[in-house]
Design a protein around this ligand. Structure first.
Ligand SMILES: Cc1cc2nc3c(=O)[nH]c(=O)nc-3n(C[C@H](O)[C@H](O)[C@H](O)COP(=O)(O)OP(=O)(O)OC[C@H]3O[C@@H](n4cnc5c(N)ncnc54)[C@H](O)[C@@H]3O)c2cc1C
Length: 451
C-alpha cells in the first residue's frame, strides 16, 4: 500500500489532519490502534465534561428552591453514576459517528491497528506495510505511571473511571493538572469525600497564580482536602498514609485516581526520533528531526489540549499544501470546566514580570452584573492585563459560570492584537454577562463606568 500522507493516531490531532487532508485532495491513510476520536472523545474531555455537567446539575438541583421551585427535597436527591456515564457514552458515540462520516466523505481510509515505524518512508500496521511520502505522528499522551507503594487501595486510570458502575465514598486523586482539579471538584459536588494529592508544590502551574489560588479556594469550598507536596508512604485497607509538606497524615480512601502529568506515547520505531523531556521534539513547523515526519498534539508536549492539537494538525496540512503561516500558541485559551468555570488566554502576571513588561491589571466582578444576578451565578470576575503605554491586551483571565465560552471574545481580540480601547468601544448587549468585558475595557482605558 502507498499513501502520500499517513497519519498515526485518530484523536483531535490526527482525525482533524485527516479530514483537512482529504478535503484538499491528498490521498490519506489514518491509523489508530483503538477507536476514532482518541483519548479526547473516548475517555478525555467528552466523558469528563458530560460527567461534570451531571455533577453541576446535581449541585444546582439542591438550590432550586431559591428560584421559587418547590417539591424538590434536597435530602431525597441521589446520583446514579452508571446512568450519567451512559449519557456521556451516547455523546461520544454520536461524535464518533460524525467523524467516521466526515472521513468517508472526504475519501480518507481508516485502518485499525498498531503502527510501527520501519524507515523514513515505511510503516507497519499489523501484518501490512505501508509506504508514504509524509507521516504525521499524532499518538497523544498518557498520565505518568509512578511506582506507588500501594497494596490495598486500587489505583484507577481515568479511562477505567468512566467504565465503573459506581465510585466509593472516599476517593483520593493524584496530580496537579486541570483534569485533577476538575475530577476532584466533580466528585466533591457529588458528595464524595475527596483528597487531592499534589506531588509538587505547584498547583495548576500553567495558570496565572491568581487563578490557581482561586481554583484552590473553589476546591476547599466544595469540601475537597488539598494536600500540597505530598508523597505516599504506604496504605492499609481504606486508608493511604501520606506526608504532605513533610507532615505525616492518614487519609480515608478506597480508590486512588491517577491524574498525574502526562507523558508522550511515542510509536515503536526503527528510526531515531529526537525527544525532549520525553516528548517528540519538533520545530516551529511541527517537523521532527526527519523533515517529512511531523508530530502534532499531545505527543510533542507543547500544549496538552484538544484544540491546540487540532490547530497544529491544520497548520501542518496547510503547510503541506503550501500555506506556511506559523501557528500562534500565545492566543490559545486554557479552560477549566470547574464550578464556576475558569479560563485564561495570553500571558500570566509571572510571564509579564519575567519579561519586564510594564502592565496594568483591571478587573470587574460578576456580582454586580444584572444577568449574572438573575441567573444566580454571581461568583467570579474578568481580569485584563494590558500594556500601560498602549493598552494592548496581554492576558485575560476569567472565572464565571460560562467563562470557557466567554473567553472566546478575549481570544479573538488578542488574535487581532486588540487593545482595551477596542473592548471599551464595542457595544455589548444588555443584559449579558459579556458586558463585564466592556466594563473592564472601560476601566483599562481609565474611564470605569459602574465602579
Ligand atoms: C479526563 C481528561 C479531560 C480532558 N479535558 C480536556 C478539555 O476539557 N479540553 C481540552 O482541550 N483537552 C482536554 N483533555 C486533553 C485532551 O484530551 C488531549 O489534549 C487530546 O486528546 C490530545 O489529542 P491527540 O490527538 O494529540 O491525542 P489522543 O487524543 O490521545 O489520540 C491519540 C491516538 O493515537 C492512538 N495511538 C497511539 N499510539 C498508536 C500507535 N502506535 N498506533 C496506532 N495508534 C496509536 C491512540 O489509540 C489514540 O487514539 C482532557 C484529557 C483527559 C484525560
Amino acid at each position: 500500500m502507498h499513501y502520500p500522507l499517513l497519519i498515526i493516531g485518530a484523536g483531535p490531532a490526527g482525525y482533524v489532519a485527516a479530514i483537512r487532508a482529504g478535503q484538499t485532495g491528498i490521498k490519506t491513510l489514518l491509523v489508530d490502534r483503538a477507536e476514532l476520536g482518541g483519548m479526547c472523545l473516548n475517555w478525555g474531555w467528552i466523558p469528563s465534561k458530560a460527567m461534570l455537567e451531571s455533577a453541576k446539575q446535581f449541585a444546582r438541583a439542591k438550590t432550586l428552591q431559591k428560584f421559587g421551585i418547590e417539591g424538590i427535597a434536597a435530602g431525597q436527591l441521589s446520583f446514579n453514576w452508571a446512568t450519567a456515564t451512559a449519557r456521556s457514552r451516547t455523546i461520544t458515540d454520536k461524535l464518533q459517528r460524525g467523524i467516521a462520516h466526515l472521513l468517508a466523505r472526504h475519501g480518507v481510509t481508516f485502518l485499525q491497528g498498531e503502527a510501527y515505524i520501519l524507515s523514513p518512508d515505511k510503516v507497519r500496521v499489523g501484518d501490512q506495510s505501508v509506504t508514504f511520502e509524509r507521516l504525521i505522528i499524532a499518538t497523544g499522551s498518557r498520565p505518568q505511571q509512578r511506582q506507588l507503594p500501594l497494596q490495598h487501595v486500587p489505583l484507577c486510570e481515568i479511562d477505567a473511571l468512566w467504565q465503573r458502575q459506581e465510585v466509593p465514598a472516599n476517593v483520593a486523586i493524584i496530580g496537579t493538572s486541570p483534569t485533577a482539579m476538575e475530577l476532584a471538584q466533580m466528585l466533591g459536588l457529588l458528595g464524595h469525600q475527596v483528597h487531592l494529592l499534589l506531588p509538587d508544590a505547584d498547583f495548576l502551574p500553567m495558570l496565572d497564580p491568581y487563578l490557581s489560588e482561586y481554583a484552590g479556594k473553589l476546591l476547599r469550598q466544595t469540601g475537597v482536602a488539598v494536600h500540597p507536596q505530598s508523597e505516599i508512604d504506604e496504605d492499609s485497607p481504606g486508608q493511604i498514609h501520606i506526608r504532605s509538606n513533610g507532615a505525616a497524615q492518614v487519609i480515608a480512601a478506597d480508590l486512588l485516581i491517577n491524574s498525574e502529568n502526562r507523558r508522550a506515547i511515542i510509536p515503536g520505531s526503527d528510526i531515531e526520533l529526537t525527544t525532549e523531556n520525553g516528548f517528540l521534539r519538533t520545530n516551529k513547523w511541527f517537523q521532527t528531526n526527519v523533515p517529512t515526519i511531523y508530530a502534532v498534539g499531545d505527543v510533542n508536549g507543547r500544549l496538552p489540549l484538544a484544540h491546540a492539537a487540532s490547530a497544529q494538525a491544520l497548520n501542518v496540512v496547510n503547510q503541506i499544501q503550501g500555506v506556511d503561516v506559523e501557528l500562534r500558541h500565545d492566543t490559545i485559551p486554557i479552560n477549566l470546566y470547574s464550578d464556576p468555570e475558569i479560563a485564561q488566554v495570553g500571558k500570566t502576571e509571572v510571564q509579564l514580570q519575567a519579561a519586564n513588561i510594564d502592565y496594568r491589571d483591571d478587573s470587574f466582578p460578576l456580582h454586580v452584573n444584572g444577568k449574572a444576578l438573575s441567573e444566580g451565578e454571581v461568583e467570579g470576575f474578568v481580569r485584563v492585563l494590558s500594556g500601560r503605554k498602549y493598552g494592548e491586551v496581554l492576558g485575560v483571565q476569567m472565572v464565571g459560570a460560562n467563562a470557557t465560552d466567554l473567553i472566546a471574545e478575549a481570544t479573538l481580540l488578542m488574535h487581532m492584537d486588540g487593545t482595551v480601547y477596542d473592548i471599551a468601544g464595542v457595544v455589548h448587549a444588555h443584559p449579558t454577562v459579556a458586558e463585564v468585558f466592556q466594563e473592564v475595557g472601560l476601566a483599562g482605558s481609565g474611564m470605569p463606568l459602574h465602579k
